[in-house]
Design a protein around this ligand. Structure first.
Ligand SMILES: NC(=O)c1ccc[n+]([C@@H]2O[C@H](COP(=O)([O-])OP(=O)(O)OC[C@H]3O[C@@H](n4cnc5c(N)ncnc54)[C@H](OP(=O)(O)O)[C@@H]3O)[C@@H](O)[C@H]2O)c1
Length: 186
């Protein structure tokens, strides 16, 4: 096991990283950073940095990842692609773009025997929500418990299970698996 630091916003860093490694069986891109805000209010430089992180990060990994035949590439998108949020319009657009990229790559990489999928969470208990502070985080989670058909906020493990499913199922490609507690329905 090894841990290395990699900023997926940098095409050259992503390319160097994969060129320094043996081909991977399964590549999962979970990391990104985007700022919330309305289109009118979110400063353009922050919107562009979020795009660089979430969309171009996925593009860079899709372009440079060396993956073995029979392997897979999995992106993490997000339910705002299906259910836009007026205070996070950019996230919806970026998640939709990542899913579009995923579907195209599923075709492009199929001849190399590589499958490509996405897993799409709703609100999930991760450090992402720490920016709200303990009370704000709990208030957000309670709102989601009240609204979601499942009545619970997803744990990171719920998302990991879905990633394992798409990464290892030889018939899964071009799929977006919603692990959203039914958020897209309500
Ligand atoms: N949590 C949710 O409720 C939720 C809902 C829908 C979708 N998502 C999506 O799920 C994915 C994972 O989110 P999360 O909840 O795990 O977020 P998180 O708790 O904020 O963690 C983000 C992770 O991404 C890494 N990261 C940020 N920018 C990066 C970059 N440019 N290059 C490489 N790594 C970078 C961070 O590393 P550092 O800590 O070193 O910065 C951190 O490990 C994201 O794409 C997010 O949009 C999350």
């Amino acid at each position: 096991m090894a841990a290395l630091e990699l900023d997926v916003r940098s095409a050259s860093a992503v390319e160097s990283f994969f060129n320094s490694q043996a081909p991977w069986d399964h590549v999962i891109l979970a990391g990104s950073s985007t700022q919330v805000g309305t289109v009118k209010a979110l400063p353009l430089d922050q919107a562009q940095d979020g795009t660089q992180s979430k969309f171009w990060g996925a593009y860079h990994v899709g372009r440079s990842a060396l993956i073995c035949e029979g392997g897979s590439l999995t992106f993490v998108s997000g339910v705002y692609a299906q259910r836009p949020n007026a205070n996070a319009v950019l996230q919806g657009a970026l998640n939709a773009a990542v899913e579009g990229l995923m579907r195209g790559l599923a075709l492009e990489l199929a001849p190399a025997g590589i499958r490509v999928n996405a897993v799409s969470p709703s609100t999930t208990e991760t450090p992402l929500w720490d920016r709200l502070g303990p009370e704000g985080r709990e208030a957000k989670f309670e709102t989601m418990r009240q609204r979601l058909p499942t009545g619970r906020v997803a744990a990171a493990d719920d998302i990991a299970h879905a990633i394992l499913y798409v990464a290892t199922n030889p018939s899964a490609t071009g799929s977006t698996v919603l692990v959203d507690g039914g958020d897209a329905l309500v």
